[in-house]
Design a protein around this ligand. Sequence first.
Ligand code: ADP
Length: 397
Amino acid sequence: MNVFIINCGSSSLKYQLFNMLDESVLAKGLVERIGLDGAKLSHCPNNKDRYEIETEMPDHVKAIELVLAALVDEVHGVIDSMDKISAIGHRVVHGAEDFSGSVLINDKVMQSLIDNISLAPLHNPPNIMGIEACKKLMPSVPQVGVFDTAFHQTLPKHAYLYGIPYEFYQKYKVRKYGFHGTSHKYVAQRAAAMLGKPIEKLKIITCHLGNGASICAVDGGKSIETSMGFTPLEGLMMGTRSGDIDPAIVSFLMKKEGWSLEEVSNVLNKRSGVLGISGVSSDFRDIEIAAEKGNERAQLALDRFDYMVKKFIGSYVAAMNGVDAIVFTAGLGENSPETRYDVCKGLTYLGLEIDTDKNAVRGKEADITTDSSRVRVLVIPTNEELMIARETYEIVQ
Ligand code: ADP
């Protein structure tokens, strides 16, 4: 059985086709600049040459049509007909309080997605477009929604409520939702498998450190706390997002700079974080290089990032009254021994000991602690696409 996974952005679309018998990837690819000049499909079939095509793609329907044509193409294809696609799994960013797990998409689910647009105005509309495009092109194939927020629906109320008048939770559902749920769930499950213990018996802290970054406390397999909030802006400082700040800074800067709400929101989302502090780049590789060359602000950005990760880990140990394993994942977590070392060297009070040789690993699963370490530290490459494929497969089964 083959499952087709789609992650739709406003002008882009990433896809993978999985054979669920062995969870192998038959093909994957990316469509960029949908609705713009220079739209391009890059299709990578397994064991065949990469194929690129630049052509007009006014909308997501046309983009998905081209992807499907590539999948069944005689030369570049990997299946002989579209009938070989048994289910479609969509990454959906916001499921609000309506979805605590993945669901088969029907009219009622679509209505909920539409109702929740105000909570994720940039992300849910393209996700909806992708679902509608697939419905048009493959009306008889079941579609499943896999939500970034769903894994965190197990947060207790005292963790997800903000200290603002309760009526705003009741009226507008203003609360912590958390994101990257598919990734946190995947790496927590892999951690339990690597440790050879049932996840129900483990306290795990998962650190998804990419351009967007969040941390999650997974107690007995359930998310009980996470660093992103009502939006992905809360929590850790990130590539370009500020993370936690005093909310009074918003009105202060608006007055001082004469900014509109959009302008201040743009600064906090796009010009802050390690980019804002370093003035160098939002990409951690560039910042690491600049810091090595003696750029003090680049070093400051790295120091503050690592410090925040360490503080969140400490607070999640408190939230769970202990920790068995800490997981590093995503671009930086998987590939930066320096970040992992800097974070962990301040956690020796937990009985945690990093093995510097083992920590030299990049992009591969590994336990990077000494044999005597009381807390395991694991590097686990995330695989959100596989997780979406598994959940889709389970639901249509
Ligand atoms: P996202 O999916 O949120 O865009 P990724 O998980 O791809 O992000 O992570 C991107 C970040 O990971 C970038 O800031 C990049 O610099 C960082 N990164 C990737 N490889 C390395 C590396 N070898 N060393 C340090 N940072 C890295």
